[in-house]
Ligand binder design. Sequence first.
Ligand SMILES: C[S@@+](CC[C@H](N)C(=O)[O-])C[C@H]1O[C@@H](n2cnc3c(N)ncnc32)[C@H](O)[C@@H]1O
Length: 480
Amino acid sequence: MNDLPDRLRELLLDAGYTIDGVRERLGEVAATALSREETAPALRATREGDLLGTLVRLWWLGVPVDAPAALPVADLAAAGLVTAEAGRIASTVHLQPWETGGYVVSDRKVRPGDPALRRDHVVGAGGASANLAQLVSRRPVERALDLGTGCGVQVLHLADRAREIVATDVNPRALELARLSWALSGIEGVDARQGSLFDPVADDRFDLIVSNPPFVISPGGRFTYRESGFEADGFCRDLVRLAPRFLAPGGTCQLLANWLHVGGEDWRDRVGGWLTGTGCDGWVVQRDVQDPAEYVELWLRDAAEQGTPRYGELYDDWLGWFASMNVTGVGFGWITMHDSGSLDPVVRVEEFGQRVELPVGGYVDGVLGSIARAHRLADAELPGARLALADGVLEERIGPPGAEDPARIILRQTRGLRRSAQVGTVEAALAGVCDGGYPLDPLLAAIAELTGENPDDLRAKAPEALRPLIAEGFFHISTG
Ligand SMILES: C[S@@+](CC[C@H](N)C(=O)[O-])C[C@H]1O[C@@H](n2cnc3c(N)ncnc32)[C@H](O)[C@@H]1O
């Protein structure tokens, strides 16, 4: 019985119940229809009665099937994964292959017409889970914390780079299903603890804290899987303010968050204010903003409440609650904090919606490093600094055809965050020659000679012109 997870994993892999196997079996049309909550094409694609099709129906689509001879039905029923009756079995959970190669066990997503969600619903791995997973630094760590582990999916991503993992959730049922996810994914030794926020880890320190928290901002806190019951965006705020106490020196905390846009207040001040005084360097990125109506519709749809008798009332209550707080929108984004030990921490709050190179976790430490380096670089250090143009930066010159000089020069990153910056001729000239070989001062002197500018003027303007380009990763300061 204890080897059930291993036997089941082997059986699932042999049957091709993997991300690629399911994708191939369903095909583009059925998979896209499923993302619109339409199951008919997927049911057609899996009606042949073979093992893979049956597994997809059972654990992905959630429909009862004739028990395949290959499945250890009695053991699965004893483990609470299926119910069995007269040769037919029905799943009690959603069991999905995940991109790490493991499996995630959760409750099934509700679709329109399904019974109402249970309060202790455990949400499956989805877009937000993948979003956080790709953001998290790839740096190996000793101790990691996944706060609000739910179905346990973040642990699947951390397992190969954290020596010890603690996973917490306020919902005991989430920990139950998360343990199944880890067992089915061959992950051992996760320390699962029940409790709210940082209560279960009061005396601990971590090198990495990750959280896809219950960030949804709603009046009632009706569903634990997405809402904390804290006032407005207070859960994300408290998470940010408390996290540094639980970081080991040099540690990093990364989370997804929602925040309010309130009339008369700059959202940057609101979220930046959460980080101010934490002692950590911070990087906040707003990836999207929704108006109040879009936001309410999204989350009513998420709980399949559109079309129910209470839809209009819930929608109106939620909107009225937003209006009472003068809410004009809700921002969604990423927060990264790093305990650098500096007495002069920096917090950068910015907005960008453009596509970035994935995974961000592959270069996020560098992004934060550039922000901190630029902030802490004294003006007097700059002339002696050896700048190197970052890999993949291209220059675009835009202007009327035939004109001798361009109207605008743009430096564009083709890697990483794919930022672009309009620059002057001096920065563009520097970009052409900066390879970390020479200190800045003689390069500025040479450029002044070429352009006929006064070298002292260039030196005086350099900190203001170059600091943003260093912070945004166009230039690195070479240590060579
Ligand atoms: C959006 S789910 C995230 C699940 C999973 N970590 C992921 O990345 O998909 C948020 C989780 O936070 C949990 N949660 C809600 N309130 C909490 C609290 N006060 N303290 C800790 N966890 C909480 C919920 O039970 C839920 O499992």
